[in-house]
Design a protein around this ligand. Structure first.
Ligand code: PMP
Length: 437
């Protein structure tokens, strides 16, 4: 650690810090898709604050929104009290949501983080339904607070913590590459849906009469795993038929990331609850939960928190939504995502360690595998987390910030700002290819 900032960070910050271990960077500037470190080196940021920086670093509309707040002397924090900025934010968000969901829907502002909104969503459905059990999915990620860890499918981070929301049942996610039913592909998704429906109706499964089901349309931290459209439609049908509210966690996918404003729109389904954070704050901390009005059973004061009224984040979020909708950045993200997928598939053709290349829009994952090890499931080699980590470091050395994810930390994740250009996509693919080589 030659850098003094990194030295002091290592000396003083908690052991729990993980990004700086994998990405030993001290950043001094950011512009668009680029960041600069304190030694003056430039990097392409394909992590973009875990997808929160939809418009990249210091986008002019975001900077102007902050400047306007300062210039006009607007209040930064108002608890739940309304302001023209808040009114504009809510109006714009409801305009962005599909009318079939937004019509009559209610919004609750939560704390600054995605986990805060997930906590709120769970409280909401438990109170409204007077039931306790939540259905969640293997590999899911909903946050790191005590309550949300209970819903997170990955065991490692919660093993030492007993007494986490005990009433959670985990169901198989349609992970087509490493299918839990050992078949893979579309057939694996069909088996997952059929199995879930059987569990819902089996009085001995312990899954009966849940308060709600929560899912990610594309699992992000879990390894960039898009759920098939037909699977999502089956899930919506079976939850509808049984009156189970469906909570869609769009914390990472929301606001254009997957090539549509909201990922559930890919499947033409209408959720009962949508959880949003990251991009909707335009890079500043903000989270909300939006839900069907009949779930609005909690009483005044049932959910409180000081920093739910962050006006600065609403201003930057509003400016971001205005820009994304005016410039059709969601459609741009779809095109750029196709381009990056195509480039990565070309690289996959020559590089044996790239087991699976998948994604939706600008949420793309490359599963790094050990091709020399015996096949585990049809067409699927064992994960190679150490190789994935080496690729990440080689990319970093070449000026490309990538993050890993997945149940074995063997999936290289691409989450560039949505304003990335075609030329920049090609540069990203070239650097990645060299790093793999
Ligand atoms: N849900 C999903 C789908 C996420 O990807 C994340 C964060 N990566 C969270 C919830 C938690 O958000 P936060 O880190 O802001 O608490």
């Amino acid at each position: 650690l030659a850098n003094p900032y990194l030295e002091r960070q290592a000396a003083r910050e908690s052991n729990a810090r993980s990004y700086p271990r994998r990405l030993p960077l001290a950043l001094s500037k950011g512009k668009g898709i680029y960041v600069q470190d304190t030694d003056g080196r430039t990097y392409i940021d394909c992590l973009a604050c875990a997808g929160a920086l939809a418009l990249g670093h210091n986008h002019p509309v975001v900077v102007e929104a902050i400047n306007r707040m300062l210039r006009d002397g607007l209040p930064f924090q108002t608890l739940d009290l309304t302001t023209p900025v808040k009114d504009g934010f809510v109006g714009m968000l409801f305009d962005c949501l599909p009318p079939a969901f937004a019509e009559g829907a209610k919004i609750q502002f939560c704390g600054p983080s995605g986990a805060d909104a997930v906590e709120a969503a769970i409280k909401l459905v438990k109170i409204a339904r007077e039931r306790r059990t939540i259905l969640a999915f293997h590999g899911a990620y909903h946050g790191m607070t005590h309550g949300t860890l209970g819903l997170t499918g990955h065991l490692a981070p919660k093993q030492a913590l007993s007494g986490l929301m005990p009433d959670v049942h985990f169901l198989p996610f349609p992970y087509e590459y490493r299918c839990p039913f050992g078949v893979g592909g579309e057939k694996g998704s069909r088996l997952s849906a059929a199995y879930i429906e059987r569990l819902l109706d089996d009085p001995n499964s312990g899954v009966v009469e849940p308060a709600a089901m929560i899912l990610e349309v594309v699992q992000g931290e879990g390894g960039v795993i898009p759920a098939a459209k037909s699977w999502l439609q089956e899930i919506r049908r079976m939850t509808d038929e049984r009156g189970i509210p469906l909570i869609v966690d769009e914390v990472q996918t929301g606001l254009g990331r997957t090539g549509k404003l909201f990922a559930f729109e890919h499947a033409d389904i209408v959720p009962d609850v949508v959880v949003l954070s990251k991009a909707i704050g335009g890079g500043l901390p903000l989270s909300v939960v939006v839900y069907r009005p009949e779930l609005d059973q909690w009483t005044a004061g049932a959910h409180a928190g000081t920093f739910r009224g962050n006006q600065l984040a609403m201003a930057t979020g509003l400016a971001t939504m205005e820009f994304i909708t005016a410039e059709r950045i969601d459609e741009h993200a779809a095109r750029m995502g196709e381009r990056l997928l195509a480039r990565l598939r070309q690289i996959q053709a020559d590089r044996r360690s790239l087991g699976d290349v998948r994604g939706r829009g600008l949420m793309i994952g490359v599963e790094i595998v050990d091709r020399d090890a015996p096949i585990e499931l049809p067409g699927c080699h064992p994960p190679a987390p150490r190789l994935a980590s080496r690729i990440q470091h080689e990319a970093l050395r070449r000026g490309l910030i990538l993050e890993l994810g997945g149940r074995h930390n063997s999936v290289v994740r691409f989450l560039p700002p949505l304003i990335v250009t075609a030329e920049q996509i090609d540069t990203i693919a070239t650097i990645f290819s060299e790093a793999v080589k």
